[in-house]
Design a protein around this ligand. Structure first.
Ligand code: PMP
Length: 326
């Protein structure tokens, strides 16, 4: 679907996957007006196909567009575009146990020019890729690297938007994490390099205590982390289960001390791709520690099951989160 100044949204098309012809002076290549979303379509045992809260992806896409001086695509049009592609797609993995299709809606500038200003033309597209079970052979805890040298986002920046530049800014830290033998980066706040923000492509949750009295904390949306849809959904599901849930601040020292004295029992990351991943161990320039027993804790697995059961049609959709396509 194209957008141009004066005309608005036009030219919706469903076409076979193909290369794009890009002008060397395309404004996206130089000034980075590029935003995206990620969501999954799930095929249920009864043959129906659903997406999970696609309106939330559409709203976040609008917020990203506003931050990047791009036009907002109406929520209904965004959802309709995803639905049209899912209906057309035949790329389900044959015989795979967990059937899902990853959808990638995105928008970028198409105007040609070398002056720095917002483009007057954009292209919105959705592409899809089959996704099997994220954890073949069981949930595996990740090891994380606390990035003190690099920050992903600063106050007033684009951290709350899902724009390409945020991911470009994170690549050197991700490489550093790999050099340190870690799977993922955990980002800290830009000012003090002390407050936990989020993981590379997932939000974080901290579990304090155990059993029904456990408290669950996730860093608040300060403006420099992405408001994850999985994060928001888990806040509800944890509340439903009677946990004391809090959005607040947690520092690196709190995390380390809480692990040492046993008050922090579990830590997990959450996002569309993996849904929930336990965090097993932490490393930074001056410390390293194991979270709990380094494995997947009971609250992590309980919430993981609660959410994946809704998504895959194995539990009632009590919050009306599923959008039926087929
Ligand atoms: N933070 C970042 C930086 C991400 O890229 C993602 C993935 N979209 C998330 C958090 C989790 O968001 P969601 O639950 O909506 O997938």
């Amino acid at each position: 679907i194209r957008w141009s100044e004066g005309r608005g949204w036009h030219d919706a098309q469903l076409t076979p996957y193909a290369s794009l012809d890009i002008d060397p002076a395309n404004m996206t290549l130089h000034y980075g007006q590029s935003i995206f979303e990620g969501l999954k379509a799930y095929r249920h045992a009864d043959g129906s196909i659903v997406t999970f809260r696609p309106e939330e992806n559409a709203k976040r896409f609008q917020a990203s567009a506003r931050r990047l001086a791009m036009p907002e695509i109406p929520v209904e049009l965004f959802v309709e575009a995803c639905d049209a592609l899912v209906k057309q797609d035949r790329a389900w993995v044959p015989g795979a146990e967990e059937q899902s299709l990853y959808l990638r809606p995105f928008m970028f500038a198409t105007e040609v020019g070398l002056g720095v200003r917002p483009s007057n033309e954009f292209l919105f597209m959705v592409i899809a890729s089959p996704a099997g079970a994220y954890f073949a052979g069981g949930v595996k805890p990740v090891s994380v690297w606390l990035s003190k040298e690099y920050v992903r986002a600063a106050p007033g920046g684009t951290g709350a938007a899902k724009c390409a530049g945020n991911y470009a800014a994170s690549l050197v830290a991700q490489a550093q994490a790999a050099e340190q033998g870690c799977d993922q980066v955990v980002w800290l706040d830009a000012n003090e390099r002390r407050w936990i923000e989020e993981m590379g492509g997932m939000n974080l949750y901290f579990v304090q205590g155990s059993g029904p009295g456990a408290r669950i904390l996730t860093p608040s949306l300060t403006g420099s982390l992405l408001p994850g849809i999985t994060r928001a959904s888990l806040l509800r599901l944890a509340e439903d289960r009677g946990y004391a849930v809090e959005e607040g601040k947690i520092s690196v020292e709190d995390w380390q001390a809480g692990t040492a004295d046993g008050s922090i029992t579990e830590v997990f990351a959450c996002g569309t791709a993996a849904v929930i991943t336990p965090v097993g161990s932490v490393k930074s320039t001056d410390a390293s520690w194991t979270v709990g027993d380094g494995g997947a804790g009971p609250v992590t697995m309980e919430l993981r099951k609660a959410l994946t059961d809704i998504q895959t049609g194995n539990a009632a959709d009590t919050h009306d989160w599923l959008h039926k396509i087929v």
